[in-house]
Design a protein around this ligand. Sequence first.
Ligand SMILES: Nc1ncnc2c1ncn2[C@@H]1O[C@H](COP(=O)(O)OP(=O)(O)OP(=O)(O)O)[C@@H](O)[C@H]1O
Length: 236
Amino acid sequence: MTEVRLDGATVTVPVDGSADRRTRTILGPVDLVLTERRVSVVGANGSGKSTLLRLLNGLVSPTSGAVTVDGHDTVRDGARVRRRVAFAFTDPISQLVMPTGREDVELSLRRLHRSRSDRRAAADEVLERFGLTHLADQSVYDLSGGERQLMALAVVLATDPVLLVLDEPTTLLDRRNTLRLRALLDALPQTVVLATHDLDLAAAADRTLVVDEGRVVFDGDPAGGVEHYVRLVDGP
Ligand SMILES: Nc1ncnc2c1ncn2[C@@H]1O[C@H](COP(=O)(O)OP(=O)(O)OP(=O)(O)O)[C@@H](O)[C@H]1O
């Protein structure tokens, strides 16, 4: 079981153009211990969801407080944390850095498999597992949005991370690919923390956090979380 812990985690940013170096708190303080297999995070645009997610693999460092994954501090032990935590961005093209999916999967396997032939065999296995073999050698720019999203997921999951963090994974997907992604997530053994505006996806988690103006304002069962969020947006 993977344990993610946030202890008084706060993120502040400089206020643009302020002469006296003023700062603004965009998240926190957040105190959380996450051990569930599926955690969803919902909240309005700009509420702080991505910032919360980015704390989990050290993409963002807390200005104060601490974040640990299985006891590893995301700042002091950054490299170890990033080997355990995979992060998938909303826009897969920012994830896919090589010309083809196969090369991207091989790139992510370079640490696990030193020899080129082992890497190639391992990449074949990953692509097969995700049903992407037929798209492996196509330019990533020629893939559809949905295919690209699945390819980006295959790339980050190739190294078998213990925690998968997904920032709005279904935003670019049609219904068919959304359902395909949901089936894929259901079958994953990893712990998944995802931010989403898709309330069905949010409700399928084991635990839901609602973020509003940088604070976690609800933490509990998914049905209650979705209801809380809808009430927050629609008003009482
Ligand atoms: N590096 C930064 N510098 C300044 N402001 C930032 C920075 N990162 C985030 N913010 C601000 O912090 C707030 C929260 O941003 P965040 O991206 O976490 O929101 P979000 O809930 O993921 O939004 P969305 O649903 O639109 O993706 C926003 O007002 C954003 O402009």
